[in-house]
Design a protein around this ligand. Structure first.
Ligand SMILES: Nc1ncnc2c1ncn2[C@@H]1O[C@H](COP(=O)(O)OP(=O)(O)OP(=O)(O)O)[C@@H](O)[C@H]1O
Length: 353
């Protein structure tokens, strides 16, 4: 059973003169317990609006929402009482780009604040808050003020606070977007650790595909309020269908900048450029050498890269294949039979049409 079920969600924002903006348009997304679900897309795609419906910080205009086995919304109508919703929300932690800490209080008090509704004694409250700070490796900073900490440390305090009520779900809304690469790494590693050790289900909203590649198990790509493609990260990475997905996940953004700088000029009919994306474990022979052996077509490498996709090495290779039209045809047939995702590109690295 899914821990989060969003079915046919619409979110309309009314505008002036009776018009409205459809920020989320008929989105269905199911998150399983233990997933780290990346939600990616450019700014304005509707990621935050969609994910804020999970705890009803944003009410949908239409659709069904069920979280942790409890119906929140049916046919666009809230079916959970506000009182019960308040309790259910405690099982859904949230962290944000700008940490949202209370700057006048210490790190310890920031964490304890999330437990103010509990009946813990002052002593127990301090003990529990210190345990939470220990979990994010910041016990020694308990009496510091947020401004005395680095951005990454402040985000860890925010994570400790978000975990105070032992949530099953953690929503991370661009939590690493304001951080430098090193702090980003630390936060991603921490989220992965919490997912593994506590069984925490994580929703990771981001426009940075790198973050998703590192820790997500599943990914949804959003554009214009819709999820245009979603599924297992590996599947989406190796076999992207939509153009935007190819741009986001297939290493194509780097390919494009490399090809642009190479300035190849218009390709003739005796030349074609291909991008090959593959799991290193599945491809043992050199594709370029085999291509030449079997078809006589010569390929030269324009770009090559190996990156880790949730710890699995994935290769991206861009080659230019030279040969007359008959050889080109044979080369294409050969490449299509390999265990690779083949995408034909134009001289600028965009999809060939
Ligand atoms: N409260 C609101 N009132 C009116 N329009 C809104 C409101 N909130 C969001 N929108 C619009 O809905 C669309 C989706 O916004 P949303 O913030 O969900 O996108 P996003 O993918 O999370 O992008 P970003 O990363 O920039 O936040 C945008 O066109 C935005 O302008």
């Amino acid at each position: 059973m899914s821990i989060i079920s969003l079915d046919h969600i619409d979110v309309d924002f009314p505008q002036k003169k009776g018009q409205s903006v459809k920020a989320v348009n008929d989105v269905t997304l199911h998150v399983e317990k233990g997933d780290i679900y990346g939600v990616v897309g450019f700014s304005g795609a509707g990621k935050s609006t969609l994910v804020r419906t999970v705890n009803l910080l944003q009410k949908p205009t239409a659709g069904d929402i069920k979280v942790n086995g409890v119906d929140f919304v049916k046919d666009g109508k809230q079916v959970i009482s506000n009182k019960k919703l308040q309790l259910e929300r405690r099982k859904i932690g949230m962290i944000f780009q700008h940490f949202n800490l209370l700057n006048e209080t210490t790190v310890l008090e920031n964490v304890a604040f999330a437990l103010k509704h509990s009946k813990l004694s002052d002593e127990e409250l301090e003990k529990r808050s210190l345990e939470l700070l220990d979990l994010v490796d910041l016990k020694d900073k308990a009496n510091f003020y947020p401004v005395e900490l680095s951005g990454g440390q402040q985000q860890r305090v925010a994570i400790a606070r978000a975990l105070a009520n032992k949530p099953d779900i953690l929503i991370s809304d661009e939590a690493t977007s304001a951080l430098d690469p090193q702090n980003t790494q630390q936060i991603l590693a921490l989220l992965k650790k919490l997912n593994k050790e506590l069984g925490l289900t994580v929703i990771l909203i981001t426009h940075e595909m790198e973050a998703v590649k590192q820790i997500a198990t599943k990914v949804a790509v959003m554009e214009n309020g819709q999820v245009i493609e979603n599924g297992n990260l590996r599947q989406i990475f190796l076999h992207p269908k939509k153009e935007l997905t190819k741009k986001f996940v297939g290493g194509s953004l780097e390919t494009i900048s490399t090809l642009e700088s190479l300035n190849l000029g218009k390709l003739g009919e005796n030349e074609a450029v291909y991008q090959l994306v593959y799991s290193i474990a599945n491809v043992t022979k050199s594709i370029i050498i085999e291509l030449y052996r079997q078809t006589g077509a010569e390929a030269s490498m324009l770009y090559g890269n190996v990156e880790l996709l949730n710890d699995e090495p994935i290769g991206t290779l861009v080659v230019s294949v030279k040969g007359d039209p008959e050889k080109q045809k044979q080369a294409r047939e050969f490449l299509e039979k390999q265990n690779v995702t083949l995408t034909r590109l134009d001289e600028k690295g965009n999809l060939y049409d």
